[in-house]
Design a protein around this ligand. Sequence first.
Ligand code: ZN
Ligand code: ZN
Length: 354
Amino acid sequence: MGNLDSEASVDRARMRVQYLVRVGETELREVAIPQPSTGEVLARVNLALTCGTDLKMLERGHARLPSGPFGHEWAGRVAAVGEGVREFETGNRIVATPTAPCGDCVYCLKREESLCLHLFEDVALGAYGEYLLLPRHIVRRNAFRIPEAVSDAQAAVLEPLACVVHGAGRVDLSGDRTVVFLGDGPITLLFLQVARVGGAGRTIVIGRHPRRLEAARVLGADAVIDSRESDPRSAVEALTDGLGADTVVECVGRPEAWHEALALARRGGEVLFFGGCEKDATVSFQTERIHYDEIDVKGAFHYTPATVRRAWDLICGGAIDAHPLITHRRPLDDLTGAFDLVRRRAAVKVAIVP
Ligand SMILES: [Zn+2]
Ligand SMILES: [Zn+2]
């Protein structure tokens, strides 16, 4: 009996978590369940979501994120709390973003926390696993208790939605503007909903996957353009009296798409480059588009505590429907199968259930 008990407790002290070993390779490892130190929270993951960033990390590596424990969109329950944690107790449902700014560096002091110099130093990665340890600065700044009315799936889109809210704040999506989203992935599907809340006039989605374009329509796109069937530039011109879009939001993350985004904007319009390209990627463009046509170009990266909070309020207020984005479910040991679905664009997002 004693032996069985101690074996069982050893068992309980281990957990499974997916590691990104190197580009192209993940591995399900068994490791010790971490114990929370002062200010930290240990969460048990109920569900994690695949993300375009993870696909990039898997296919080509990432300019900012390291290999190691894999996965960063999730929702779960508090399994243990470290000393001094007051906001959470064991059993609470919880969600958090994978990073939080330091609060002290030159960018944090300017309130430009998406540029924090220490953003990637102590991250909470490993959501494709059974437990996830949240460092103190994340617990303090970017973690929330999930209310009963909010499902795990809804809560788990907090991180991508916070990025989208951050991006949306850098352009004008309001009033009678025509906004073109280039790309038909989960980011566009979230952007559409944020744009609708912000009162965007007309939204057009350009993509090449009928099922995703259909999801875009369901989520409120006024027009969708299948780029395999028609030339996006002529199609946008036809919809805008030959002018082009007031705002173009690039959500693909490839140089060709960056190039195309600039071509879709009207004179005096603006372009938001939301999709991060491969490290060292370059794009060339006609300078006259920026100079003579006065097109404003901007980048958007990551999120700040303010946009995380705004994203969380949108989720809790019922303004965001995450369910059309989550098209498949897979167990933790079939991460490869899950990313195959995403790579083939058969899935939008896959829920990974430990
Ligand atoms: Zn993500
Ligand atoms: Zn900082």
